[in-house]
Design a protein around this ligand. Sequence first.
Ligand code: UD1
Length: 359
Amino acid sequence: MKILSIIGARPQFVKEAIIQQEINKFNDIEEIVIHTGQHYDENMSGVFFQVLNMRKPDYNLGISGSTHGEMTGKMLIHLEKIMLKEKPDVVLLYGDTNSTLAGALAASKLNIKIAHVEAGLRQEPKDMPEETNRVLTDRISSYLFAPSNLGLENLKKEGIKEGVYFTGDVMYDIFLKMRPKFDYSLMEKLNLRENEYIMMTIHRDFNVDIKEKLEKILKEVNKVSKEIKVVLPVHPRTKKRINEFGLEELIKNVLVIEPIDYLQLMGLTGMCYKVITDSGGYQKEAYFAGKQAAIIMPDTSWRELTDLKLNILTDENNIYENIINGKTVDYIKDIYGNGKAAEKIVNILREDFKTKIRR
Ligand code: UD1
């Protein structure tokens, strides 16, 4: 069986890492990996391959940094060519980025089966690019691997029944697997003490691309930073906007650092007090680490965590209140499976392929 995996953005490297380890257990599966190039800085891409022991992608398309349409269109052209050459049995896609959608469109036009890891997630606002990407990808996938029960329910509501599986979350698998290797060295370098700092990430277009919104968010963060240290590994998009809008003054108390690798981020998260984020993946990793995340979003696709108050949604005006005065609840285990999601996914694909050959 030949699997073609498509990745492009930071969270997808993490997800692919654990799937790749599972695939490597079988000598009857060949995997071709395409990196679209959507994330290209060493600290947004290369370093993940190193610390997660992944092999170099077979192809790197080097497509990034343009408008969504141009990026997705260019990817589609190149991905189709590679799919025609490689003739995979299935195309494996992760999450909700432009790389996911481009892969889905290319495979679908060539009648190649699509497997979607992280299927069934839905969230407001409906016009955010990630929502378009995930809804469209689910519509044309043959295998829909839902990480949560909510994912299953969402697909059912939309009338998608075939090929739907509850697998658990591959990000939980890798969290458990890599935990012994989490890197705590930045604690000393940044002079941080356990439970005495907040970890923050922010990069969503609807939070950082409008000056007034970003200014409000950073004003709140500025207030927080007067009471407790805030560490912000800054995403390139956010860095650009802060400079463009002249908002540097608001983060003068914040420990702004360059993006860090997975093991460093998990190390810092394990020791922090709470998390502020608008990242889909990181809000869940905060939960894995037993830390409450204040999520700067109107909604989340990981609603089970906010329903249980493990995480909280916040708007741009209440970040301080939620972080400083918000109540935390006791940890609840195993909401996203048992750490064997990747194993399940690879087994489902492999067994299904064998059955089809026999027929
Ligand atoms: C993308 C995904 C988002 C995911 C996020 C993880 C889409 C629509 N969005 O958003 O779902 O949560 O990745 O980080 O696919 N840039 C650099 N260096 C890099 C990467 C990006 O300078 O290594 C710059 C780009 O040139 C661009 C900006 O950052 O100007 C945004 O990058 P882009 O990949 O378009 O979207 P993200 O905001 O990262």
